[in-house]
Design a binder for this molecule. Sequence first.
Ligand code: MTE
Length: 310
Amino acid sequence: MPHLPQSGDILPSEITPEAVYLNRRQLIAAGAGLAAAGLLPTAQAAGELAAKPSRYNVGGEEKNSLEQITHYNNYYEFGTDKDDPAKNVGTLKTRPWTVRVEGACEKPQTFDIDKLLKLVPLEERLYRLRCVEAWSMVIPWIGFPLSELLKQVAPTSKAKYVEFTSLADKSQMPGLLAGVLDWPYTEGLRIDEAMHPLAIMAVGLYGKVLPNQNGAPIRLVVPWKYGFKSAKSIVKIRLLETQPATAWNKAAPNEYGFYSNVNPEVDHPRWSQATERRIGEFLRRKTLPFNGYGNEVAGLYKGMDLKKFY
Ligand code: MTE
């Protein structure tokens, strides 16, 4: 069974008089109906997340199954094998959770995740995810545009880049004990990439709150870049004047650049990026420039040599 975090680990019956609890259960049941009808903006029951369908969907491709999406993961804080995260993520505590947004902005703020979810428009978006290891999946995310979060803090004209930092807590993340990366996991985008409508913060998938192994409670998704740009379990976002260092670039600068746009023409030094294996399929597919999102995003890189800025 995938580990699907529920609304809380403590049963309401443990902390609430029974009559109040039963009453609350009825309210929650009513909320679930509204949520299913798309009338409530946030989670109301059993991990359900109500979201509007989006116009940004990949067409004509089959979704990967929930089982595939939750059992073939990269989340090195929980181990380096693909099935390690599913086995080990039970120790990740996703509530209470805050995201600090600071740096070059007028209104730096610490957002409680549940309050944040009431501020933003949740959408379901079917996106391709292309991992740098030359496999891919199609995932029905629930999320909201990153730009909606950044607007809340009013970036100044000095905000040229955005840095994302994942949680790094040894008591919850056994993989931190292995020195695979210089923890915490960090990633970065240029501000125009971050403000692009395709860049989202995901908080769910398949209609439910995000499973821990996929980066609960909140992770970045940048579908035209290799999957490692999409940092998981984010606790801090900084607006910066200069390009931030990123965890994979620090670990292997000749293999992982800052931009990391999906590019079938630029091979990884140790393997080709021309094709990919869709998880669950036998034949390989051709990798598309910008992972198939070129019409939307190629303009961001006009005039740049993408072989140099890999
Ligand atoms: N974020 C953190 N904090 N740690 C990680 O190891 N792995 C990245 C990215 N985000 C990673 C991370 C890589 S390499 C990929 S391909 C995607 O997460 C995988 O996301 P998924 O497991 O939800 O498919």
